[in-house]
Design a binder for this molecule. Structure first.
Ligand SMILES: NC(=O)c1ccc[n+]([C@@H]2O[C@H](COP(=O)([O-])OP(=O)(O)OC[C@H]3O[C@@H](n4cnc5c(N)ncnc54)[C@H](O)[C@@H]3O)[C@@H](O)[C@H]2O)c1
Length: 457
C-alpha cells in the first residue's frame, strides 16, 4: 500500500486525522459497571457449558500479577462453583526476609521475590476425564491464556517453549503445581512424551518478531509442525494447529471463508510466516490423510488482550501503550486498512471447542467479524483511555504530560488492506461465535497494561 501524501501546508490537517480527532472527541465510549456481552448479559464465566471457567478467577491472575493478596493468601472465591478448596498448598523452606532489599543498602533498585504458597484453585477431574495436554508456545500471549483455562479445568498441562517471544512470567503462577510442567525447548527438535492432545501454537506471531530471523520462523513452522505431528502419530494424540488469517494474504474475497485459497506474496518479507503457516497446514492434512492422525486447524484472525507483548508492534498493544504513556499513536499508511479484532477469551473458547469437536474435515476460521479501519481503532482506544482516566479506573497522566495524538507513518510492505473472517462454519460446527464486545475487551486490556506500566514493566 502506498504511503499517504504528506501535507506540505503545516496548518492543513489530513482528512483521516481530522476524522480521528472528531472521533476521539466523541462522548463516553466506556461500558459502565460489570462486563457485559454482545447480548447485554453480564459475563461471569468464559467457555462453553461444561468447559467454562469463572472470569473472576482468570482476572485474578492477569489483572493482579502478584495475587494472591498477601493479607489473605487466598484467591477470590467464585460464583458458587467447586473451585475453592481444591487449591494445592506449597510450603516455604526459607525465610524471604533473608533476601529483603533492606539487607543490601548499596543496592537500592533491587527487587526481592517471594515464592507463592498457594496456587490458583483448579477443578478436580476424575482420572478418566483428565487429559495430558501439550501446549507448544504456551508461554506466549495466546498460549498462556490457553494454559490458564486448561489448568482451571483440571487437566495435566505440559508447556514446551523456547521463550523466543514468550516469557516465563506469563506462567509463573503455575510453576510447581502438580498438574503443570514447563519445558524449555525448541519444537524444531523432537520431543518424546506421552500426551492425549497437542495444541501446537509455537511460532512467533507478530511481524516484528517473526521477521527477526525469517529462516528460523520457517524452520519452526515446518520442522516444528513435523515434529509435533510425529509425536501425535506415535501417541495417537489429537493435534490442533494454530494457523492464521495470513494464509489468505491480501485477500481478493471479502469476508474470507475457509474455501478461499488466498493471495500470498511467496517471497516478500512476511512470506516466512504466511508460507510457513501454509506449509504447516499442508503437513497437517498430509499426516491426516497418510497416517490417520486426528487433526484440527484453527485459522486465527487478529486477537488481542492482556499479556500481549508491549513492544512487539501489534495494533492493540501499540495503541494502548502509546495512549497510556501519552506518546503518539502511529498509524501506518492512511489508516484505512481494516482489521477485525477478537478478545482473547473468545479465541481460547474457540480453540477448545474445535479441539473437542468432531469436525476434522478442514480449517475453521476463529475470529471476530467486528471490522474497523486501523484509524478508527486508534481513535477508539484514545477515547477509551481518556475516559478510563477521567473515571479514575486507571492512573492519570503524569503532571505536564499531554494527551496522545495520532501520527501517520509510511505503510509497511504487504500489510493486508482488509481482514474480516466469515465465521459461518464455526457457528455451524462448533456453535461458537465471539461473545465479548471489542469495547469490553479493550477496557480489560487497558486495565492490564496500566497495571504493567504502574509496576514499571
Ligand atoms: N495473536 C494473534 O492474533 C494470532 C493470529 C493468528 C495466528 N496466531 C497464532 O497463534 C499462535 C500463538 O500466537 P501468539 O500471539 O501467542 O504469539 P506469541 O509470539 O506471543 O507466542 C508464541 C510462543 O511460541 C514460542 N516459540 C516460538 N518459536 C518457538 C520454537 N521454535 N520452539 C518453541 N517455542 C517457540 C514463543 O516463545 C512464544 O511463547 C501462533 O502460532 C500464531 O501464529 C495468533
Amino acid at each position: 500500500m502506498a504511503s499517504p501524501p504528506l501535507a506540505h501546508d503545516p496548518n492543513r490537517i489530513p482528512a483521516p486525522l481530522q476524522r480521528a480527532r472528531e472521533h476521539s472527541r466523541a462522548p463516553s465510549v466506556r461500558s459502565v459497571g460489570s462486563t457485559v456481552d454482545r447480548d447485554g448479559r453480564v459475563i461471569e464465566e468464559v467457555g462453553s457449558p461444561g468447559e467454562s471457567v469463572p472470569l473472576e478467577l482468570l482476572q485474578s491472575i492477569y489483572l493482579s500479577p502478584n495475587s494472591p493478596s498477601p493479607d489473605t493468601g487466598s484467591f477470590p472465591s467464585s460464583s458458587g462453583m467447586t473451585w475453592t478448596g481444591t487449591a494445592h498448598q506449597r510450603t516455604e523452606s526459607f525465610s524471604s526476609d533473608r533476601y529483603s532489599p533492606h539487607n543490601v543498602p548499596d543496592w537500592p533498585s533491587a527487587v526481592s521475590f517471594t515464592s507463592r504458597t498457594t496456587f490458583p484453585p483448579v477443578k478436580k477431574l476424575p482420572k478418566a476425564q483428565k487429559r495430558r495436554v501439550l501446549v507448544t508456545g504456551g508461554a506466549g500471549f495466546v498460549g498462556s491464556h490457553l494454559v490458564d483455562r486448561l489448568m482451571f479445568l483440571g487437566h495435566d498441562v505440559v508447556v514446551l517453549d523456547n521463550f523466543f517471544s514468550g516469557s516465563k512470567s506469563t506462567l509463573s503462577h503455575w510453576v510447581g503445581h502438580p498438574n503443570f510442567e514447563l519445558v524449555r525447548g525448541d519444537v524444531v527438535e523432537p520431543l518424546l512424551i506421552e500426551v492425549d492432545q497437542i495444541y501446537h501454537l509455537a511460532c512467533p506471531a507478530s511481524p516484528k518478531a517473526y521477521q527477526i530471523n525469517a529462516v528460523k520462523t520457517l524452520k519452526t513452522s515446518f520442522m516444528g509442525t513435523l515434529n509435533m505431528l510425529g509425536l501425535a502419530k506415535r501417541t495417537k494424540a489429537r493435534f490442533l494447529l494454530s494457523s492464521t488469517s495470513e494464509v489468505y494474504g491480501s485477500p481478493t474475497v471479502h469476508p474470507q471463508p475457509e474455501s478461499y485459497w488466498g493471495n500470498v506474496n511467496p517471497n516478500g518479507p512476511r512470506s516466512c510466516y504466511d508460507e510457513g503457516k501454509r506449509v504447516a497446514e499442508a503437513l497437517t492434512y498430509g499426516y491426516a490423510r497418510q497416517d490417520g492422525v486426528d487433526v484440527r486447524v484453527a485459522r486465527i484472525f487478529n486477537c488481542f488482550g492482556p499479556r500481549m507483548s508491549a513492544d512487539d508492534g501489534r495494533l492493540v498493544s501499540n495503541f494502548v501503550v502509546a495512549a497510556l504513556k501519552g506518546e503518539p499513536l502511529q498509524v501506518y499508511g492512511d489508516g484505512e486498512a481494516t482489521r477485525s479484532l477478537m478478545f482473547v477469551h473468545d479465541l481460547i473458547s474457540g480453540l477448545i471447542a474445535l479441539m473437542e469437536s468432531d469436525y476434522s474435515e478442514g480449517p475453521v476460521n476463529i475470529g471476530s467479524p467486528d471490522e474497523g479501519s486501523v484509524l478508527s481503532w486508534a481513535s477508539t482506544i484514545l477515547a477509551l483511555v481518556k475516559d478510563l482516566r477521567a473515571s479514575g479506573s486507571i492512573p492519570p497522566l503524569p503532571a505536564g504530560q499531554k494527551e496522545s495524538e495520532i501520527e501517520f507513518v509510511p505503510a509497511v510492505v504487504d500489510d493486508p488492506p482488509r481482514r474480516k473472517p466469515d465465521i459461518t462454519l464455526a457457528k455451524e460446527v462448533l456453535a461458537w461465535e465471539p461473545r465479548w464486545t471489542v469495547m469490553a475487551g479493550l477496557e480489560e486490556t487497558i486495565r492490564y497494561f496500566a497495571g504493567q506500566l504502574a509496576e514499571g514493566e
